[in-house]
Design a protein around this ligand. Structure first.
Ligand code: NAP
Length: 334
C-alpha cells in the first residue's frame, strides 16, 4: 500500500511577513522504507519565532531550501520500523519537519515519555526551543536572585511565559511585557506575575519607571527594537540583560534596528549577554528533569495554542508574528 505524506514546502522567500503564499501544501507518495529507517506519524509541529529567519536566503541560521520541506521540530509516533530496537507505537521527538509522515533514521529522533498526557508537552514546556530554552537562559545567563526586579518581553509567548515563572520561583518581582489586555491579564491572574505592561496600549518606558523606580535588575529579551531600548533606559546598577531573541527584527534582517540605548550598559555598570540553548547540551537533561518535576507538581504551566491540520501551517507564522498565540504555538498535523 502506498502511503502519502502531506508536507509544507517553501515556494517563495518572504521579504516582509511570511504570508501564506510563501508556502505550498502538497501530497507526496512515499517509497517503502529502506533498511535503518523509521516512519513517524507526526502529531504536533512546533511553530517557533526563529523559523522566520530560516526562510531567508542567507544568514547564520539554518535555512530552508526553496522547494524544501519547512524545517520544524515535531513529535509523533513510529508507525513503521525496520529496526528491532525502535518499536511501532514509540513516541519520538526531533526535526520531523512540517509534514504528516516523516521518514527518519534513529539519530534524528529521541524517545519521549508517554506519561505526561498529550505529546504536545514535549514541544511546549519540555521542548528544547521552549521550556528548555527558558530554563537555560535563566540558569546560565539571567541568574536571578531573590528580590531582583525581573522584566521579560513577549512574556505571554512560549519562552517568555516560562522564563517569568522561573523568575518568580527564584524570588524576583516579575514584570511581563506583552501585547494586549488578554495577555497582560493572563500573566498576572494565571501565571502570578507581579505586574504586566501592554506594549500596544501603554508607554513601556513610563510603565517601567512607575513599576521599578530604582530600575530593573534583569531583563530577559525576546523582542529587541524599541522594547529593548526602553528596558536599557531603566536598568538598575549592575543589571543583566539577556538576549534570547528579537522577534521584532526577524521580518527584515537586512535592516536590524540596534539598541540606541546601549551606552546605559556603561553608565549602569551592566552586562548584556546572548545565548542559544543548543550551546548547553549538558544542561538539557537537567532542565527537562526540573521542568518535568514542576509540571508534575503543578507549579508551572504553559498553555498551548494549537492550529488544527497541516493545511493550517502556512498561516501559523503570520498568526504568531501578529501576536495571535498565547503560550506555545503548534500545528496539530494529524
Ligand atoms: P512566542 O513568544 O511564543 O511568540 C512570539 C510572540 O512575540 C508573539 O506571540 C507576540 O506576542 C510577540 N511579538 C511578535 N512580534 C512582535 C513585535 N514586533 N514586537 C513585540 N512583540 C512581538 O515565540 P517563541 O518561539 O517562544 O520565541 C520567543 C523568542 O525566543 C524569540 O525571540 C525567539 O527567537 C527566541 N528563542 C531563542 C532561543 C535561544 O536559544 N536563544 C530558542 C528559542 C526561541 P505579543 O502579543 O506580546 O506581541
Amino acid at each position: 500500500m502506498t502511503r502519502f505524506n502531506r508536507r509544507v514546502i517553501l515556494v517563495k522567500r518572504p521579504t516582509a511577513d511570511a504570508t501564506p503564499d510563501c508556502f505550498l501544501v502538497e501530497d507526496e507518495a512515499l517509497e517503502p522504507l529502506a533498511e535503518g529507517q523509521l516512519r513517524v506519524a507526526v502529531e504536533y509541529i512546533s511553530v517557533d519565532a526563529g523559523m522566520r529567519t530560516m526562510l531567508r536566503g542567507e544568514g547564520y541560521h539554518r535555512q530552508v531550501a526553496l522547494g524544501g520541506v519547512i524545517l520544524a521540530g515535531g513529535v509523533g509516533r513510529i508507525i513503521e520500523s525496520t529496526l528491532s530496537d525502535w518499536s511501532v507505537g514509540q513516541a519520538v521527538r526531533g526535526g520531523l519537519g512540517a509534514q504528516t509522515l516523516a521518514t527518519v533514521t534513529p539519530e534524528m529522533v529521541e524517545r519521549v515519555d508517554d506519561g505526561f498526557g498529550p505529546l504536545s508537552v514535549h514541544l511546549g514546556l519540555l521542548g528544547g526551543s521552549t521550556g528548555v530554552t527558558a530554563y537555560i537562559g535563566m540558569e546560565q545567563v539571567a541568574k536571578v536572585k531573590p528580590g531582583d526586579i525581573f522584566a521579560v518581553s513577549a512574556a505571554a509567548g512560549a519562552v517568555g511565559a516560562v522564563a517569568g515563572q522561573i523568575a518568580k520561583k527564584a524570588g524576583a518581582y516579575v514584570i511581563g511585557i506583552a501585547g494586549g489586555q488578554r495577555k497582560t491579564a493572563f500573566l498576572v491572574d494565571k501565571l502570578g506575575f507581579d505586574a504586566a505592561i501592554d506594549y500596544k496600549g501603554q508607554d513601556v518606558s513610563a510603565e517601567l519607571k512607575r513599576l521599578a523606580p530604582n530600575g530593573i535588575n534583569v531583563f530577559f529579551d525576546n523582542v529587541g527594537g524599541a522594547i529593548l531600548d526602553a528596558a536599557l533606559d531603566h536598568l538598575a546598577l549592575r543589571a543583566r540583560v539577556v538576549i534570547c531573541g528579537a522577534i521584532s527584527q526577524y521580518d527584515d534582517m537586512d535592516h536590524v534596528t540596534g539598541p540606541s540605548m546601549y551606552l546605559r550598559l556603561a553608565e549602569r555598570q551592566s552586562v548584556m549577554e546572548g545565548f542559544a540553548y543548543f550551546h548547553f547540551p549538558e544542561r538539557m537533561e537537567p532542565a527537562k528533569a526540573q521542568l518535568s518535576e514542576w509540571l508534575a507538581e503543578g507549579s508551572i504551566v504553559l498553555p498551548e495554542e494549537i492550529l488544527t491540520g497541516i493545511d493550517a501551517y502556512p498561516e501559523a507564522l503570520q498568526f504568531m508574528f501578529s501576536g495571535g498565540n498565547l503560550g506555545k504555538l503548534m500545528v496539530k498535523a494529524s
